[in-house]
Design a protein around this ligand. Structure first.
Ligand code: SF4
Length: 464
Protein backbone atom coordinates (compact mmCIF):
# COMPACT_ATOMS: atom_id res chain seq x y z
CA UNK A 1 0.00 0.00 0.00
CA UNK A 2 1.34 3.41 -0.95
CA UNK A 3 2.21 5.76 1.90
CA UNK A 4 0.02 8.33 0.13
CA UNK A 5 -3.10 6.18 -0.28
CA UNK A 6 -5.20 8.65 1.73
CA UNK A 7 -4.02 11.72 -0.25
CA UNK A 8 -6.47 12.73 -3.00
CA UNK A 9 -3.73 13.08 -5.67
CA UNK A 10 -0.84 10.89 -6.67
CA UNK A 11 2.64 11.58 -5.26
CA UNK A 12 5.83 10.47 -6.98
CA UNK A 13 9.01 11.40 -8.76
CA UNK A 14 7.23 11.22 -12.15
CA UNK A 15 5.54 14.57 -11.44
CA UNK A 16 8.82 16.45 -11.02
CA UNK A 17 9.25 18.97 -13.80
CA UNK A 18 5.48 19.34 -14.31
CA UNK A 19 4.62 22.89 -15.38
CA UNK A 20 1.28 24.51 -14.51
CA UNK A 21 0.25 27.38 -16.74
CA UNK A 22 -1.77 30.32 -15.45
CA UNK A 23 -4.89 29.11 -17.24
CA UNK A 24 -4.65 25.69 -15.53
CA UNK A 25 -3.99 26.87 -12.01
CA UNK A 26 -6.42 26.96 -9.13
CA UNK A 27 -4.19 29.06 -6.86
CA UNK A 28 -0.73 30.59 -6.81
CA UNK A 29 1.11 30.81 -3.49
CA UNK A 30 3.65 33.64 -3.56
CA UNK A 31 4.97 34.22 -7.07
CA UNK A 32 6.03 37.43 -8.79
CA UNK A 33 2.76 39.27 -8.08
CA UNK A 34 3.19 38.92 -4.32
CA UNK A 35 5.80 40.94 -2.49
CA UNK A 36 5.72 38.81 0.65
CA UNK A 37 6.39 35.07 0.46
CA UNK A 38 8.92 32.72 2.00
CA UNK A 39 9.73 29.16 2.97
CA UNK A 40 11.80 28.58 6.07
CA UNK A 41 13.13 25.57 7.93
CA UNK A 42 14.11 25.95 11.56
CA UNK A 43 15.95 23.46 13.77
CA UNK A 44 14.23 23.04 17.14
CA UNK A 45 14.75 21.10 20.37
CA UNK A 46 12.91 17.80 20.75
CA UNK A 47 10.54 19.30 23.33
CA UNK A 48 9.75 22.41 21.34
CA UNK A 49 7.52 20.93 18.61
CA UNK A 50 4.71 18.43 18.24
CA UNK A 51 5.54 15.73 15.71
CA UNK A 52 3.19 15.71 12.73
CA UNK A 53 1.27 18.84 13.67
CA UNK A 54 0.00 20.93 10.72
CA UNK A 55 -1.07 24.49 11.54
CA UNK A 56 -2.94 26.75 9.08
CA UNK A 57 -3.05 30.49 9.81
CA UNK A 58 -5.32 32.42 7.43
CA UNK A 59 -7.39 31.08 4.54
CA UNK A 60 -7.02 27.50 3.38
CA UNK A 61 -6.69 26.52 -0.30
CA UNK A 62 -10.44 25.96 -0.78
CA UNK A 63 -11.30 29.37 0.73
CA UNK A 64 -9.75 31.25 -2.17
CA UNK A 65 -11.64 31.97 -5.39
CA UNK A 66 -10.32 30.24 -8.53
CA UNK A 67 -7.08 31.64 -10.03
CA UNK A 68 -6.13 33.75 -7.01
CA UNK A 69 -2.61 34.49 -5.90
CA UNK A 70 -1.87 35.05 -2.26
CA UNK A 71 0.96 36.05 0.09
CA UNK A 72 2.27 32.81 1.51
CA UNK A 73 4.66 31.58 4.16
CA UNK A 74 5.65 28.04 5.09
CA UNK A 75 7.57 27.37 8.29
CA UNK A 76 8.86 23.85 8.84
CA UNK A 77 10.29 23.06 12.25
CA UNK A 78 12.41 19.94 12.61
CA UNK A 79 14.02 18.20 15.55
CA UNK A 80 16.24 15.19 16.10
CA UNK A 81 19.46 14.18 17.84
CA UNK A 82 21.48 14.92 14.69
CA UNK A 83 19.53 18.01 13.62
CA UNK A 84 21.65 21.16 13.77
CA UNK A 85 21.36 24.75 12.50
CA UNK A 86 23.69 24.06 9.55
CA UNK A 87 21.16 21.57 8.16
CA UNK A 88 18.35 24.12 7.89
CA UNK A 89 19.36 25.42 4.46
CA UNK A 90 19.54 22.03 2.83
CA UNK A 91 16.36 20.66 4.42
CA UNK A 92 14.67 23.82 3.19
CA UNK A 93 15.97 23.28 -0.35
CA UNK A 94 14.52 19.74 -0.41
CA UNK A 95 11.09 21.38 -0.36
CA UNK A 96 11.61 22.12 -4.05
CA UNK A 97 11.95 18.43 -4.81
CA UNK A 98 9.22 17.13 -2.48
CA UNK A 99 6.57 19.70 -3.43
CA UNK A 100 7.17 18.84 -7.08
CA UNK A 101 6.45 15.15 -6.37
CA UNK A 102 2.79 16.11 -5.83
CA UNK A 103 0.59 15.62 -8.88
CA UNK A 104 -0.59 19.00 -10.15
CA UNK A 105 1.76 21.00 -7.93
CA UNK A 106 4.55 23.26 -9.17
CA UNK A 107 7.26 24.71 -6.92
CA UNK A 108 9.76 27.22 -8.31
CA UNK A 109 12.66 29.10 -6.75
CA UNK A 110 13.51 29.27 -3.06
CA UNK A 111 13.58 31.21 0.18
CA UNK A 112 11.94 34.68 -0.24
CA UNK A 113 11.31 34.11 -3.93
CA UNK A 114 9.00 31.09 -4.00
CA UNK A 115 6.26 30.55 -6.54
CA UNK A 116 3.93 27.58 -6.05
CA UNK A 117 0.89 26.63 -8.10
CA UNK A 118 -1.82 24.02 -7.56
CA UNK A 119 -3.64 22.91 -10.69
CA UNK A 120 -7.42 23.01 -11.11
CA UNK A 121 -7.31 19.31 -11.92
CA UNK A 122 -5.70 18.36 -8.61
CA UNK A 123 -8.01 20.70 -6.72
CA UNK A 124 -11.00 19.02 -8.38
CA UNK A 125 -9.58 15.63 -7.34
CA UNK A 126 -9.78 16.82 -3.71
CA UNK A 127 -6.40 18.45 -3.01
CA UNK A 128 -8.17 21.38 -1.36
CA UNK A 129 -6.34 21.93 1.92
CA UNK A 130 -2.86 22.67 3.23
CA UNK A 131 -3.53 19.67 5.49
CA UNK A 132 -2.96 17.46 2.42
CA UNK A 133 0.24 19.27 1.54
CA UNK A 134 1.43 19.06 5.15
CA UNK A 135 0.76 15.31 5.26
CA UNK A 136 2.74 14.71 2.06
CA UNK A 137 5.69 16.84 3.15
CA UNK A 138 5.77 15.39 6.64
CA UNK A 139 5.95 11.81 5.32
CA UNK A 140 8.50 12.61 2.60
CA UNK A 141 10.82 14.51 4.91
CA UNK A 142 10.75 11.81 7.58
CA UNK A 143 11.18 8.91 5.17
CA UNK A 144 13.91 10.53 3.03
CA UNK A 145 15.89 12.33 5.74
CA UNK A 146 16.17 9.88 8.58
CA UNK A 147 17.85 12.40 10.89
CA UNK A 148 14.50 14.23 11.18
CA UNK A 149 12.71 12.66 14.14
CA UNK A 150 10.01 15.29 14.61
CA UNK A 151 8.46 17.74 12.16
CA UNK A 152 5.83 20.45 12.52
CA UNK A 153 4.50 22.53 9.61
CA UNK A 154 2.85 25.96 9.67
CA UNK A 155 1.13 27.36 6.55
CA UNK A 156 0.43 31.10 6.63
CA UNK A 157 -1.76 33.07 4.22
CA UNK A 158 -2.80 35.81 6.66
CA UNK A 159 -1.16 38.81 4.90
CA UNK A 160 0.09 40.74 7.96
CA UNK A 161 1.63 37.64 9.49
CA UNK A 162 3.30 36.64 6.19
CA UNK A 163 4.80 40.14 6.04
CA UNK A 164 6.01 39.96 9.64
CA UNK A 165 7.61 36.55 9.15
CA UNK A 166 9.06 37.58 5.79
CA UNK A 167 11.25 40.18 7.57
CA UNK A 168 12.31 37.64 10.18
CA UNK A 169 13.09 35.09 7.46
CA UNK A 170 15.31 37.60 5.61
CA UNK A 171 17.34 38.10 8.80
CA UNK A 172 17.72 34.34 9.23
CA UNK A 173 18.86 33.85 5.60
CA UNK A 174 21.36 36.70 6.01
CA UNK A 175 22.82 35.13 9.18
CA UNK A 176 23.25 31.81 7.35
CA UNK A 177 24.93 33.48 4.36
CA UNK A 178 27.26 35.56 6.51
CA UNK A 179 28.77 32.48 8.09
CA UNK A 180 30.99 31.53 5.15
CA UNK A 181 32.08 35.11 4.42
CA UNK A 182 35.73 35.64 5.16
CA UNK A 183 36.63 32.06 4.26
CA UNK A 184 38.63 31.42 1.14
CA UNK A 185 38.45 28.56 -1.35
CA UNK A 186 42.16 28.09 -0.66
CA UNK A 187 41.40 27.33 3.02
CA UNK A 188 39.65 24.03 2.27
CA UNK A 189 40.50 20.75 0.54
CA UNK A 190 36.91 19.79 -0.12
CA UNK A 191 34.10 21.49 -2.02
CA UNK A 192 30.51 20.20 -2.16
CA UNK A 193 28.42 19.22 -5.16
CA UNK A 194 24.63 19.37 -5.42
CA UNK A 195 22.79 17.45 -8.12
CA UNK A 196 19.27 18.22 -6.91
CA UNK A 197 18.36 20.15 -10.06
CA UNK A 198 19.35 17.36 -12.46
CA UNK A 199 15.68 16.41 -12.75
CA UNK A 200 15.25 19.71 -14.63
CA UNK A 201 18.75 20.13 -16.08
CA UNK A 202 20.42 16.70 -16.35
CA UNK A 203 23.93 18.00 -17.06
CA UNK A 204 23.93 20.55 -14.26
CA UNK A 205 25.89 20.24 -11.04
CA UNK A 206 26.37 23.04 -8.54
CA UNK A 207 29.89 23.24 -7.17
CA UNK A 208 29.58 24.89 -3.77
CA UNK A 209 32.72 26.46 -2.36
CA UNK A 210 33.30 28.93 0.48
CA UNK A 211 33.56 31.68 -2.13
CA UNK A 212 31.00 30.46 -4.64
CA UNK A 213 27.60 29.98 -3.05
CA UNK A 214 25.14 27.65 -4.81
CA UNK A 215 23.30 29.20 -7.77
CA UNK A 216 19.92 29.06 -6.03
CA UNK A 217 21.32 31.01 -3.10
CA UNK A 218 20.06 28.36 -0.70
CA UNK A 219 23.11 26.21 0.07
CA UNK A 220 26.41 27.41 1.50
CA UNK A 221 29.63 25.45 1.88
CA UNK A 222 28.74 24.91 5.57
CA UNK A 223 25.27 23.64 4.61
CA UNK A 224 26.88 21.24 2.14
CA UNK A 225 29.29 20.00 4.79
CA UNK A 226 26.56 19.34 7.37
CA UNK A 227 24.30 17.58 4.86
CA UNK A 228 26.91 15.37 3.27
CA UNK A 229 27.64 14.09 6.78
CA UNK A 230 24.09 13.15 7.82
CA UNK A 231 22.73 12.19 4.38
CA UNK A 232 25.72 10.60 2.58
CA UNK A 233 23.56 9.03 -0.13
CA UNK A 234 21.68 12.29 -0.82
CA UNK A 235 22.16 14.79 -3.67
CA UNK A 236 24.76 16.86 -1.77
CA UNK A 237 28.20 15.27 -1.60
CA UNK A 238 31.89 15.97 -1.09
CA UNK A 239 34.14 16.94 -3.98
CA UNK A 240 37.83 16.62 -3.12
CA UNK A 241 39.37 19.63 -4.90
CA UNK A 242 42.46 17.85 -6.13
CA UNK A 243 45.24 19.76 -7.83
CA UNK A 244 44.72 23.33 -8.95
CA UNK A 245 44.82 23.62 -12.74
CA UNK A 246 44.32 27.38 -12.78
CA UNK A 247 43.83 29.41 -9.60
CA UNK A 248 42.64 32.52 -11.47
CA UNK A 249 39.78 30.87 -13.35
CA UNK A 250 39.11 28.41 -10.51
CA UNK A 251 39.74 25.11 -12.27
CA UNK A 252 40.50 21.98 -10.23
CA UNK A 253 41.27 18.38 -11.20
CA UNK A 254 38.80 16.98 -8.65
CA UNK A 255 35.95 19.23 -9.78
CA UNK A 256 36.45 18.35 -13.45
CA UNK A 257 36.45 14.65 -12.60
CA UNK A 258 33.15 14.86 -10.71
CA UNK A 259 31.41 17.06 -13.28
CA UNK A 260 32.41 14.61 -16.03
CA UNK A 261 30.91 11.73 -14.06
CA UNK A 262 27.74 13.53 -13.00
CA UNK A 263 27.02 14.99 -16.45
CA UNK A 264 27.70 11.60 -18.08
CA UNK A 265 30.58 13.10 -20.04
CA UNK A 266 28.57 16.04 -21.40
CA UNK A 267 30.54 18.67 -19.42
CA UNK A 268 34.30 18.12 -19.30
CA UNK A 269 35.67 21.14 -17.51
CA UNK A 270 34.37 23.82 -15.19
CA UNK A 271 36.07 27.06 -14.25
CA UNK A 272 34.38 28.58 -11.25
CA UNK A 273 35.14 32.29 -11.55
CA UNK A 274 34.50 33.07 -15.21
CA UNK A 275 31.66 33.38 -17.69
CA UNK A 276 33.81 32.42 -20.68
CA UNK A 277 35.38 29.19 -21.86
CA UNK A 278 34.18 26.64 -19.32
CA UNK A 279 31.83 28.53 -17.01
CA UNK A 280 29.90 26.88 -14.18
CA UNK A 281 26.69 25.44 -15.60
CA UNK A 282 23.31 26.99 -14.83
CA UNK A 283 20.20 24.94 -14.10
CA UNK A 284 17.39 27.49 -14.02
CA UNK A 285 16.98 28.09 -10.28
CA UNK A 286 19.64 30.80 -10.15
CA UNK A 287 18.80 33.98 -8.27
CA UNK A 288 20.44 36.18 -10.84
CA UNK A 289 22.39 36.17 -14.05
CA UNK A 290 25.48 37.93 -15.38
CA UNK A 291 25.32 38.67 -19.11
CA UNK A 292 28.03 39.98 -21.37
CA UNK A 293 27.37 43.22 -23.25
CA UNK A 294 29.78 43.15 -26.23
CA UNK A 295 29.04 46.76 -27.20
CA UNK A 296 30.89 47.97 -24.09
CA UNK A 297 32.97 44.87 -23.33
CA UNK A 298 31.35 44.68 -19.89
CA UNK A 299 28.76 42.76 -17.90
CA UNK A 300 25.27 43.42 -16.77
CA UNK A 301 23.86 41.58 -13.77
CA UNK A 302 20.14 41.06 -13.33
CA UNK A 303 18.13 39.23 -10.69
CA UNK A 304 14.89 37.29 -10.83
CA UNK A 305 12.72 39.99 -9.25
CA UNK A 306 13.67 42.66 -11.75
CA UNK A 307 10.52 43.18 -13.80
CA UNK A 308 11.74 45.64 -16.43
CA UNK A 309 14.07 45.45 -19.41
CA UNK A 310 17.79 45.35 -18.82
CA UNK A 311 20.03 47.87 -20.52
CA UNK A 312 20.38 45.70 -23.64
CA UNK A 313 16.61 45.44 -24.07
CA UNK A 314 16.18 41.90 -22.72
CA UNK A 315 14.23 40.99 -19.59
CA UNK A 316 15.20 38.44 -16.94
CA UNK A 317 13.07 35.67 -18.44
CA UNK A 318 14.78 35.94 -21.84
CA UNK A 319 18.26 36.10 -20.33
CA UNK A 320 17.37 33.18 -18.08
CA UNK A 321 16.22 31.09 -21.08
CA UNK A 322 19.50 31.82 -22.85
CA UNK A 323 21.45 30.68 -19.78
CA UNK A 324 19.57 27.76 -18.22
CA UNK A 325 19.41 24.03 -18.98
CA UNK A 326 22.71 22.80 -17.57
CA UNK A 327 24.69 24.31 -20.45
CA UNK A 328 27.89 26.33 -20.59
CA UNK A 329 26.99 29.43 -22.55
CA UNK A 330 29.76 31.95 -23.19
CA UNK A 331 28.92 35.28 -21.62
CA UNK A 332 25.87 34.06 -19.65
CA UNK A 333 26.24 32.96 -16.07
CA UNK A 334 23.62 31.94 -13.52
CA UNK A 335 24.55 32.95 -9.99
CA UNK A 336 23.37 33.66 -6.46
CA UNK A 337 23.15 37.05 -4.81
CA UNK A 338 25.62 35.84 -2.18
CA UNK A 339 28.22 35.05 -4.87
CA UNK A 340 28.07 38.75 -5.79
CA UNK A 341 29.44 39.45 -2.30
CA UNK A 342 32.41 37.13 -2.88
CA UNK A 343 35.93 38.32 -3.67
CA UNK A 344 35.98 35.62 -6.37
CA UNK A 345 32.97 37.11 -8.19
CA UNK A 346 33.81 36.82 -11.93
CA UNK A 347 37.43 37.23 -10.83
CA UNK A 348 38.94 35.83 -14.01
CA UNK A 349 36.88 38.25 -16.14
CA UNK A 350 37.84 41.39 -14.23
CA UNK A 351 35.40 41.16 -11.31
CA UNK A 352 33.46 44.30 -10.42
CA UNK A 353 35.73 46.36 -12.64
CA UNK A 354 33.94 44.79 -15.57
CA UNK A 355 30.32 45.22 -14.35
CA UNK A 356 28.60 48.18 -15.96
CA UNK A 357 24.88 47.80 -15.21
CA UNK A 358 22.61 46.26 -12.58
CA UNK A 359 19.15 46.94 -11.13
CA UNK A 360 19.01 49.66 -8.47
CA UNK A 361 17.59 47.50 -5.68
CA UNK A 362 20.22 44.79 -5.98
CA UNK A 363 22.97 47.41 -6.17
CA UNK A 364 21.73 48.87 -2.89
CA UNK A 365 21.57 45.43 -1.32
CA UNK A 366 25.16 44.45 -2.04
CA UNK A 367 27.00 47.76 -2.42
CA UNK A 368 28.82 47.42 0.91
CA UNK A 369 30.65 44.42 -0.59
CA UNK A 370 31.76 46.20 -3.78
CA UNK A 371 34.99 48.15 -4.20
CA UNK A 372 33.81 51.62 -3.05
CA UNK A 373 35.27 53.43 -6.07
CA UNK A 374 33.26 51.23 -8.47
CA UNK A 375 29.83 51.78 -6.88
CA UNK A 376 29.07 55.22 -8.40
CA UNK A 377 30.26 54.12 -11.85
CA UNK A 378 27.83 51.19 -12.25
CA UNK A 379 24.66 52.34 -13.97
CA UNK A 380 21.15 51.20 -13.04
CA UNK A 381 17.75 51.47 -14.70
CA UNK A 382 17.36 54.85 -12.99
CA UNK A 383 20.48 56.19 -14.74
CA UNK A 384 20.37 54.85 -18.29
CA UNK A 385 17.71 53.43 -20.57
CA UNK A 386 19.76 51.89 -23.38
CA UNK A 387 23.25 51.11 -24.62
CA UNK A 388 23.79 54.57 -26.12
CA UNK A 389 23.15 56.18 -22.75
CA UNK A 390 25.21 53.49 -21.01
CA UNK A 391 28.29 54.29 -23.09
CA UNK A 392 28.01 57.98 -22.32
CA UNK A 393 27.49 57.20 -18.62
CA UNK A 394 30.57 54.98 -18.44
CA UNK A 395 32.75 57.65 -20.03
CA UNK A 396 31.29 60.41 -17.87
CA UNK A 397 31.79 58.40 -14.66
CA UNK A 398 35.19 57.15 -15.76
CA UNK A 399 34.27 53.51 -15.21
CA UNK A 400 37.42 51.31 -15.33
CA UNK A 401 36.02 49.63 -18.44
CA UNK A 402 36.80 52.83 -20.39
CA UNK A 403 40.50 52.33 -19.77
CA UNK A 404 40.11 48.76 -20.95
CA UNK A 405 38.70 50.02 -24.27
CA UNK A 406 41.91 51.91 -24.95
CA UNK A 407 44.15 49.06 -23.77
CA UNK A 408 42.61 46.38 -25.94
CA UNK A 409 44.10 46.58 -29.41
CA UNK A 410 41.41 46.51 -32.04
CA UNK A 411 38.57 47.01 -29.58
CA UNK A 412 36.43 50.07 -29.86
CA UNK A 413 32.94 50.13 -28.47
CA UNK A 414 30.82 49.54 -31.54
CA UNK A 415 28.49 52.12 -32.93
CA UNK A 416 25.16 50.62 -32.17
CA UNK A 417 23.15 50.54 -35.33
CA UNK A 418 19.66 49.16 -35.23
CA UNK A 419 16.97 48.37 -37.78
CA UNK A 420 13.42 47.35 -37.11
CA UNK A 421 11.92 44.57 -39.20
CA UNK A 422 8.10 44.41 -39.19
CA UNK A 423 7.99 40.59 -39.48
CA UNK A 424 10.84 38.11 -39.33
CA UNK A 425 9.99 34.46 -39.87
CA UNK A 426 12.33 31.49 -39.45
CA UNK A 427 12.21 27.78 -38.65
CA UNK A 428 12.39 27.08 -34.90
CA UNK A 429 15.56 25.05 -35.46
CA UNK A 430 17.36 28.23 -36.59
CA UNK A 431 16.84 29.88 -33.23
CA UNK A 432 16.88 27.33 -30.40
CA UNK A 433 14.53 28.24 -27.58
CA UNK A 434 14.07 26.12 -24.49
CA UNK A 435 10.80 24.20 -24.58
CA UNK A 436 10.37 24.32 -28.36
CA UNK A 437 11.50 21.05 -29.90
CA UNK A 438 13.59 21.53 -33.01
CA UNK A 439 12.77 19.80 -36.26
CA UNK A 440 9.08 19.38 -35.42
CA UNK A 441 7.60 21.89 -37.80
CA UNK A 442 7.53 24.91 -35.49
CA UNK A 443 8.07 28.38 -36.95
CA UNK A 444 9.15 31.41 -34.98
CA UNK A 445 7.62 34.74 -36.06
CA UNK A 446 9.12 37.88 -34.53
CA UNK A 447 7.04 41.06 -34.83
CA UNK A 448 8.80 44.41 -34.94
CA UNK A 449 12.13 42.70 -34.35
CA UNK A 450 15.06 45.01 -33.70
CA UNK A 451 18.21 43.71 -35.36
CA UNK A 452 21.60 44.80 -34.14
CA UNK A 453 24.84 43.82 -35.84
CA UNK A 454 28.47 44.70 -35.37
CA UNK A 455 29.10 44.51 -39.10
CA UNK A 456 26.94 44.67 -42.22
CA UNK A 457 28.32 43.01 -45.37
CA UNK A 458 26.63 43.85 -48.68
CA UNK A 459 27.27 41.42 -51.54
CA UNK A 460 26.17 41.64 -55.15
CA UNK A 461 23.57 39.01 -56.02
CA UNK A 462 25.21 37.15 -58.92
CA UNK A 463 22.01 35.36 -59.81
CA UNK A 464 20.60 38.55 -61.35
S1 SF4 B 1 20.59 25.36 -7.74
FE1 SF4 B 1 22.33 24.02 -7.31
S2 SF4 B 1 22.54 23.97 -5.09
FE2 SF4 B 1 20.52 24.79 -5.55
S3 SF4 B 1 19.23 22.97 -5.48
FE3 SF4 B 1 19.84 23.26 -7.62
S4 SF4 B 1 21.65 21.98 -7.90
FE4 SF4 B 1 21.31 22.21 -5.68
Amino acid sequence: MSMFEDIPVDVGIIYEGERIRGSDMRIELGGPREEYKFELVQARGMDEIEDGKVIIIGQDISDFPERTNTPFGLIIEVAGKEVEKDLEGVVERRLHEYCNYIEGFMHLNQRYDIQMRISKKSFDKGFTSFKHMGEVLKRLFKSELSFIEKIQLTFITEPDLVKEWYSKALEIYEARDAKARGMSDDDVDVFYGCSLCQSFAPTHLCVITPQRYANCGAISWFDGKATAKVDPKGPVFEIPKGEVIDAKTGEYVGVNKVIQEKSLGEIERVQLYTTFGYPHTSCGCFEGCAFFIPEVDGFGVVHRNFKGQTVNGLNFVTISDLTAGGRQVDGFHGLSIEYMRSLKFLDADGGWGRVVWMPQDIKERIQDFLPPEIVPTIATESDVADLHQLKSWLMEKNHPIVERWSEEPGFAPTEIGEITVPTLEMPASAFPIQGIPSGMGFTIILKNAKIKAEKMIIKADKRR
